[in-house]
Design a protein around this ligand. Structure first.
Ligand SMILES: NC(=O)c1ccc[n+]([C@@H]2O[C@H](COP(=O)([O-])OP(=O)(O)OC[C@H]3O[C@@H](n4cnc5c(N)ncnc54)[C@H](OP(=O)(O)O)[C@@H]3O)[C@@H](O)[C@H]2O)c1
Length: 258
C-alpha cells in the first residue's frame, strides 16, 4: 500500500491527508510541531492502530528536519509520497491589504514556513524518496520512466504571478510563488537520474480550515470541506506519472499558469 509522510499534519488539510491515506491502508508518518498536543492527530492515530507514526518537525528548523529524516530512514527506510502541507497566511493570520502593512518580520516568517521549510524537506528527505517503490501514483509504461516517489508542495492559486488580478497578501503570494519556483527546480534536479521523483505543486481549492476562518464571510463560491478537497487532490495524485513533474495543479486536475 505504500508509505507517505505528511508534513503539517496536526490540523486542516494535512490532518485530512493522514486520515484519507490511512483509510486506504497506506502507512503514514505524520509530522507536526507538537505531536503531544495535536489532539485530532492523536485520536486519528488511535483509530488506525499501528498505521500512523508521529514525528516532531517545526518546518522552520533544519535540525528538526534533519533529525526527522534520520528517524524515518532508520524506522521506515523509504517513502512513496511526501506532502508538505504546512502553511501560514501570515504570522498574524491575516494577509497584508496594502504596502503599509508589509514588514521584514512578517515576510521572513511567512517565507520560512511556506517556502524555505518545504525546500529543506526536499534536501533532507530526497534519499528516502529515491528509495521509494513507486507504490503511489500511476506509473509510466516505460520502465526507464518509472518514478520511485512523489513529492508534493501545497501551494495556492494566489501564488500564480499570471493569475494575480487583485494584489494584496504580499507575503503569502510571494512565498507561494517562491515555493512554486522551488517545485519547478526540484522537478528538474530530482527527475534527471536513473531514479526519478515526481515533484508537483497543488492548489487545494478554498477549504474550510483555520487558515480561511478570518475570511469566511467574504468567501464567494465554493468552500470545500477538507474531505472534499483531499478527495480531489488524491484523484490527481492517483494519476500522476513522471510526465507530470514540475506541474502546478488545481484541485480539479487542471494546470495553473505559474
Ligand atoms: N485552506 C485553504 O483554503 C487553502 C487554500 C490554498 C492553499 N492552502 C494551503 O494548504 C496548506 C494547508 O492549509 P490549511 O488550510 O490546512 O491550514 P491550517 O488549517 O491553518 O493548518 C496549517 C498547518 O500548518 C502547520 N504549521 C504552521 N507553521 C508550522 C511550522 N513552523 N512548522 C510545522 N508546521 C507548521 C500547522 O501546525 P500547528 O498546529 O502546529 O500550528 C497546521 O498543521 C497550506 O500550505 C496553505 O497555504 C490552503
Amino acid at each position: 500500500m505504500g508509505t507517505a509522510l505528511i508534513q503539517g499534519a496536526s490540523r486542516g488539510i494535512g490532518l485530512q491527508f493522514c486520515a484519507t491515506l490511512a483509510a486506504r491502508g497506506v502507512k503514514v508518518v505524520a509530522c507536526c510541531r507538537n505531536p503531544s498536543s495535536a489532539q485530532l492527530l492523536k485520536s486519528l492515530q488511535e483509530q488506525h492502530h499501528g498505521l500512523i507514526d508521529t514525528v516532531q518537525v517545526d518546518v522552520t528548523s533544519e535540525d528538526d528536519i534533519r533529525n526527522a529524516a534520520q528517524y524515518v530512514q532508520n524506522t521506515h527506510g523509504k517513502l512513496d509520497l511526501l506532502i508538505n502541507a504546512s502553511g501560514i497566511l501570515s504570522p498574524t493570520g491575516r494577509g497584508e491589504t496594502s504596502l503599509r502593512d508589509v514588514t521584514f518580520k512578517v515576510l521572513e516568517e511567512t517565507f520560512a514556513v511556506n517556502a524555505f521549510g518545504p525546500l529543506m524537506m526536499a534536501k533532507h528527505f530526497n534519499p528516502i524518496l529515491y528509495a521509494g517503490t513507486g507504490a503511489l501514483g500511476a506509473q509510466s509504461l516505460d520502465p526507464k520512466e518509472q518514478h520511485s516517489a512523489i513529492f508534493v508542495n501545497m501551494s495556492a492559486r494566489v501564488g500564480s504571478i499570471e493569475d494575480n488580478r487583485f494584489g494584496g497578501w504580499y507575503s503569502y503570494r510571494m512565498s507561494k510563488a517562491a515555493l512554486n519556483m522551488a517545485t519547478k527546480n526540484l522537478s528538474l534536479e530530482l527527475g534527471r537520474g536513473k531514479k526519478k521523483i515526481v515533484c508537483i505543486a497543488f492548489h487545494p481549492g478554498t477549504v474550510d480550515t483555520d487558515l480561511t476562518q478570518p475570511y469566511r464571510k467574504n468567501i464567494k463560491g465554493k468552500l470545500f470541506s477538507t474531505q472534499q478537497s483531499v478527495g480531489y487532490l488524491m484523484s490527481v495524485i492517483d494519476k500522476v506519472t513522471i510526465s507530470d513533474t514540475g506541474k502546478y495543479f488545481a484541485w480539479d486536475g487542471t494546470q495553473i499558469p505559474f
